[in-house]
Ligand binder design. Structure first.
Ligand code: C2E
Ligand code: MG
Ligand code: MG
Ligand code: MG
Length: 284
């Protein structure tokens, strides 16, 4: 870059790294107070049955209403939260909020799925006194406190999260499954997956990542892989959801390949509770 001419390469890199480190530090500091200040919210994206396009479930996606920067998507803060352990507090908030949402809307069709980071599994969260309790006891407690059956809640954990799983993580997942909470493998197809390790986890379905969906129709190989994964999912009697469907063509291809469920902007964006349940104005 011209304006950097005359400066050593080291100085330029140094500046970039310092800016990045400072930005991360300020996000981390602000994240620490964000829960207390009520700055998080959930948006809910419909999951549809592909052939009828009926909504059969919702995925809860966290957003941060930042006082200066506005509404931030998880890409801006989830990784930083995971690296600093703040993810346990945020994850606990997400769980409570989603379960309270379920309690407020008993007529809502299907489950609500929350996303859980690997760091929330197999260990204590700030919400439980027992540091080694894990996520399952917390989920059980929150469901019970809100009188919501476990069958209405689903948990998504990334393929990479499962690959990193320790013995404690697996036990936690077993306990969650035993509660009757459905577990889904998220972002399937992104990592290079040790298939046996993934398939020996008690998940009841998988979600094909959007990076795969955008390539549907790209060529025979992509379509055959998609068809094969859909058949594998079906033969294991699990659920398959195709993420990020934006076009009619992608919908038709996914359906043609044998997938049963999908999610994406073609069917609906993630919207606030107030948009899902508009307040009816009865004042006139
Ligand atoms: P994900 O779980 O794979 O969620 C799907 C992401 O794709 C969401 O982005 C969603 O808004 C977006 N999306 C859905 N349909 C379409 C589409 O048709 N086109 C495009 N371009 N995008 C689509 P979002 O909300 O930014 O979330 C990103 C990721 O952040 C999520 O990926 C999930 O891994 C993570 N995340 C979200 N909420 C939470 C949470 O509460 N806890 C944790 N640990 N992670 C979360
Ligand atoms: Mg997800
Ligand atoms: Mg996903
Ligand atoms: Mg994804």
């Amino acid at each position: 870059v011209a304006k950097d001419a005359g400066r050593s390469r080291w100085e330029v890199y140094h500046d970039v790294y310092r800016r990045d480190a400072l930005r991360r530090l300020s996000v981390e500091t602000e994240l620490r107070t964000a829960i207390d200040r009520g700055q998080f919210l959930l948006h809910y994206q419909p999951v549809v049955e592909l052939d009828t396009r009926r909504t059969v479930a919702h995925e809860a996606l966290v957003r941060w209403m930042h006082p200066r920067r506005g509404l931030l998507l998880p890409g801006e803060f989830v990784q930083i939260a995971e690296e600093s352990d703040l993810i346990n507090g945020i994850g606990g908030w997400v769980l409570r909020e989603a379960v309270e949402f379920l309690a407020r809307h008993p007529e809502l069709p299907g489950k609500v799925y929350i996303n859980v980071s690997p760091r929330q599994l197999g260990r204590g969260t700030p919400a439980t006194d027992d540091r080694d309790a894990g996520l399952a006891p917390l989920v059980e407690q929150v469901l019970r406190a809100n009188d919501v059956p476990a069958s209405r809640l689903g948990i998504e954990i990334t393929e990479n999260g499962v690959l990193q799983a320790t013995e404690q993580t697996r036990e936690d997942l077993e306990q969650l499954a035993a509660l009757g909470v459905e577990l889904l493998l998220d972002d399937f197809g992104t990592g290079f997956s040790a298939l046996t390790s993934v398939l020996s986890t008690p998940v009841s379905g998988l979600k094909l990542d959007r990076s795969f969906t955008v390539r549907l129709g790209d060529g025979a190989a992509c379509d055959r892989i998609s068809t094969a994964i859909a058949a594998l999912v079906d033969s294991l009697s699990s659920h398959g959801v195709v993420e990020g469907i934006e076009t009619e063509k992608q919908w038709a291809l996914a359906l043609g390949h044998g997938w049963t469920h999908g999610q994406g902007w073609l069917f609906g964006h993630a919207v606030a509770e107030s948009a899902l349940f508009p307040v009816v104005d009865t004042s006139f």
